[in-house]
Design a protein around this ligand. Structure first.
Ligand code: C2E
Ligand code: CA
Ligand code: CA
Ligand code: CA
Length: 274
């Protein structure tokens, strides 16, 4: 009975004000954080299911806010996207990750790949090609060692425009992944028109594996469809041995998730090959 009463209203008002205050504070702080290099990159291993070998890593941004602690990219990337900050963050991330990966490949003598997430604003940035090319060149990293991940939702905003941008990126020799597949409304026909190399199955599907037959059917179907057009399939958010086993049986190529390794700083990522 209190849902529309004055007490209730005030409660929402306070909660809303707190959310807005936190947001304002983070927005102002993010600019300083970029300059102070409070942002850093964590790396999570990507494992080949058939062999258990680590074939690469995904770069995931972190922000150590001095007062509030570690802030998730889920919270600060959208804020950065609302201003020009995302471009600066994107450039820094590409530079850091290509350099880190070039170093790690030299140390280990392995052909590992690093995957970097691109936001919608970055894909729209006319300087993106130059930024990617320059980062690779400066780091002396071969283009095939870089994979750029773009979410299904970003790609589907403007499929025709995206196709042209992806084509140009691909000419550089980098590989391209569709991220969070299954969370948007991409149709198979639309997907086939995009020049992609990798399809990443969202963790919401992986979570259901072992609980529902239906989920197995869906994931198996995605894998078969992706393979039929030559895509490599990576499953995200694998947390148990059981999920890994099912994915392997369904023919999924690679996987990442807490079961294989958490995102970690460069100091600990990819232990030297035995
Ligand atoms: P994403 O690209 O889908 O990344 C996967 C997310 O799942 C990461 O969250 C990762 O830490 C988390 N994860 C990995 N394994 C597991 C698992 O086994 N279980 C569960 N529950 N979660 C797992 P994170 O690091 O918080 O990043 C969230 C999102 O922020 C990313 O989702 C990506 O969309 C975005 N993001 C991160 N770094 C960047 C970046 O450098 N640029 C852009 N534009 N976006 C980024
Ligand atoms: Ca990703
Ligand atoms: Ca994802
Ligand atoms: Ca996601």
């Amino acid at each position: 009975a209190k849902t529309t009463g004055p007490g209730r209203y005030e409660f929402f008002d306070v909660a809303l004000r707190e959310r807005l205050q936190r947001r304002l504070r983070l927005e102002q702080d993010l600019r300083r954080a970029v300059l102070n290099e409070e942002l850093w990159v964590a790396y999570q291993p990507v494992v080949e299911l058939a062999t258990g070998r680590t074939v690469g890593v995904e770069a995931l941004l972190r922000w150590n806010q001095p007062v509030l602690g570690v802030i998730s990219p889920v919270e600060f990337i959208p804020l950065a996207e609302e201003s020009d900050l995302i471009n600066k963050i994107g450039i820094q991330t590409l530079q850091t990750t290509t350099r880190d990966m070039a170093k790690r490949r030299r140390e280990l003598g392995l052909d590992l790949q690093v995957a970097v997430n691109l936001s919608a604003r970055q894909l729209d940035d006319p300087d993106l090609l130059v930024t990617v090319e320059r980062a690779l060149h400066r780091a002396m990293l071969p283009p095939e060692a870089l994979c750029l991940e773009i979410t299904e939702t970003t790609l589907m905003r403007d499929p025709a425009g995206a196709a042209m941008k992806l084509q140009a990126l691909r000419r550089l020799g980098v590989s391209l992944a569709i991220d969070d597949f299954g969370t948007g409304y991409a149709s198979l026909a639309q997907l086939l028109r995009l020049p992609l190399d990798v399809l990443k199955i969202d963790q919401s599907f992986v979570r259901e594996l072992g609980h529902s037959r239906e989920a197995e059917g869906i994931v198996g179907g995605i894998v078969a469809m992706a393979h039929s057009v030559g895509l490599i399939v990576i499953a995200e958010g694998v947390e148990t041995a059981r999920q890994a086993k099912i994915l392997r049986r369904l023919g999924c190529d690679q996987a990442q998730g807490y079961y294989f390794g958490r995102p970690e700083s460069t100091k600990s990522w990819l232990p030297p090959a035995a």
